[in-house]
Design a binder for this molecule. Structure first.
Ligand code: AMP
Ligand code: MG
Length: 523
């Protein structure tokens, strides 16, 4: 069959409609007046498909036979292009840790074009770790297996949790090593290399707009904005007068919804620089991210951010807003009345507040949300923090509480420390009594409440230590746990008999282990 039909069909609008860099080399350089630079992936020695996502393959109309095709593997490894593919790296800037960093760009991501499926849906394909580009600076453009497994697994896990995210089609081992100094402490070691093929309707970031704005290139900025609205927000195209403001408001709204999702599932991105913020409101760039185990608002997995904790769990919503303010500053150049952009930021605040309440109402099994409920939740957060209660385990177990006879035994498993469980037992009892009283105010059948709570509180999340165990085994050549995790995380809200090991809270050995509680940007 496949001799007659191309594996994928491409329509590369980003390349066709936006200006490109005339130079074709990996020479590090500043690129002006262009949105992309042509660049081919660098071939690897011995590519091997280690894992792939069935759902993403299906979305791209790639069946089992197509996934087994040698020419597809070659493309996913960066060894060859399929007909219609074209390699390019996009040009963007960004604010990193609060400072303008100038030009950044796709330093280890190479776009392969825009695949169109049978339903006419558009997907940008992007290889991460496929070799140097003009934006790689002194780095190698490669990625190690451990960080590639983390990106691959987490993007699929997030999707199945209902969190907007870029996707991952494939994880390919390169058969080559990559040298990394994991903790920047003078101990570089060779590690196995890998390439992930990421998939999203658009990989455009806030930083794509910030760079031409910072350079005063109004024409390029306008062209990129018009292109983005036309390709990625076609529903907004009808209104050129208010188009730009409506578009910014839409980005603010999507970003607000995204941040509520992160907060409700306990996800910490780790590096919320403006170059890691998707214009579509997707989770993008999985680096030193982590999942909250014991509830701690100040926790960040990123060792680079350990001192200032700019991107810790509780600050994420405020940081997203700060990032939107930087985007607004970039767009201001195109606005007759730049102050109007403030309404987008207000939209962010409103949508975040409303969605946060409904997300936590669902987590607590409440049918409505009142002022008193906000206090109930705040007191719970405070207790969970002091008593070091596991976030995912607690919310999941809470569904088992009988409002007529509230008993703290139902959440016993969510404690990490017996001493803290005893110390806070009375507080927990008091909180559960208040909560049970509140539940009794809602006319709701217990079964119905439990089902709603289970649909809002995942049983399985990609706990940091689980990802690390899958990595340790994969590095030894054993891919079973990687595949098991991928499978379990496809149904995170369902109890899966025999899979208790994948919902167990962090074991003691993982509390301070590299990869489990702390991660560096080195990937
Ligand atoms: P990140 O911290 O992953 O958001 O990356 C920030 C910038 O550094 C982006 O321009 C990346 O493309 C670039 N970068 C990160 N790691 C590498 C690497 N191994 N090789 C080349 N460029 C990289
Ligand atoms: Mg990035």
């Amino acid at each position: 069959m496949h001799e007659h039909r191309a594996l994928l069909t491409f329509d590369n609008r980003f390349l066709r409609e936006l200006p490109g860099d005339p130079e074709r080399s990996t020479l590090p350089r500043q690129v002006f007046g262009a949105c992309w630079s042509p660049i081919d992936p660098t071939p690897v020695a011995a590519p091997r498909l280690l894992a792939h996502s069935h759902e993403v393959a299906a979305a791209l109309d790639l069946d089992a036979e197509a996934m087994a095709a040698p020419e597809l593997l070659a493309a996913l490894a960066g060894n060859a292009l399929l007909p219609g593919m074209a390699g390019y790296a996009s040009c963007y800037g960004g604010h990193q840790f609060g400072q303008w960093a100038g030009q950044l760009g796709d330093g280890r991501a190479i776009l392969l074009g825009e695949a169109i499926n049978r339903q006419g849906q558009r997907f940008e394909l992007q290889l991460k770790g496929a070799g140097p580009t003009p934006y790689s600076r002194r780095a190698d453009g490669r990625a190690v297996l451990r960080s590639s497994i983390r990106e691959f697994l987490c993007s699929e896990a997030m999707h199945h949790l209902g969190v907007p995210t870029t996707r991952a089609l494939s994880l390919v081992g390169t058969g080559e090593t990559v040298v990394r100094d994991m903790f920047y402490d003078g101990h570089p070691v060779p590690e196995p290399g890998a390439v992930v093929c990421r998939v999203a309707p658009s990989f455009t970031r806030f930083g794509h707009f910030e760079l031409p704005a910072a350079r005063g290139d109004r024409a390029l900025l306008l062209q990129l904005v018009e292109f983005t609205i036309a390709r990625d927000f076609p529903e907004l195209r009808s209104d050129p007068e208010h188009g730009l403001l409506a578009w910014f408001c839409e980005i603010c709204e999507r970003t607000a919804r995204l941040l509520v999702h992160w907060m409700r599932v306990g996800f910490v991105h780790g590096v919320m620089n403006t170059d890691n913020m998707s214009i579509l409101g997707l989770t993008i760039d999985y680096g030193p991210y982590g999942w909250v185990d014991n509830f701690d608002p100040g926790w960040t997995p990123n060792t680079t951010d350990a001192a200032s904790r700019r991107y810790c769990f509780s600050r994420q919503p405020a940081i997203a807003r700060w990032n939107l303010e930087r985007l607004a500053e970039a767009l201001a150049m195109l606005m007759p009345r730049p102050d109007d952009l403030a309404s987008g930021l207000e939209r962010y605040d409103e949508v975040f507040a409303a969605e946060f309440c409904s997300a936590f109402a669902a987590k607590l099994g409440l049918r409505s949300w009142t002022h008193e409920d906000a206090q109930l939740l705040e007191d719970l957060f405070d207790l969970m923090h002091r008593a070091e209660i596991d976030m995912s385990e607690f919310f999941r177990s809470l569904a088992g509480l009988d409002p007529a006879h509230p008993n703290s035994e139902v959440v016993r498993e969510s404690f990490y420390r017996e001493d803290l469980r005893h110390r806070h037992a009375a507080d927990l009892r008091r909180w559960l009594l208040r909560y049970a009283a509140r539940l009794r105010l809602d006319a709701q059948a217990p079964e119905q409440r439990r089902a709603r709570m289970h649909a809002a509180n995942p049983r399985y999340v990609l706990r940091n230590y689980l990802a690390q165990q899958a990595i340790d085994r994969a590095e030894q050549g054993d891919l079973q746990m990687l595949h098991d995790l991928l499978e379990v995380l496809r149904r995170p809200y369902s109890e899966q008999p025999g899979r208790q090991a994948f919902s167990a809270k962090r074991p003691d050995w993982a509390r301070h282990r590299a990869g489990c509680s702390m991660l560096s940007c080195s990937s």
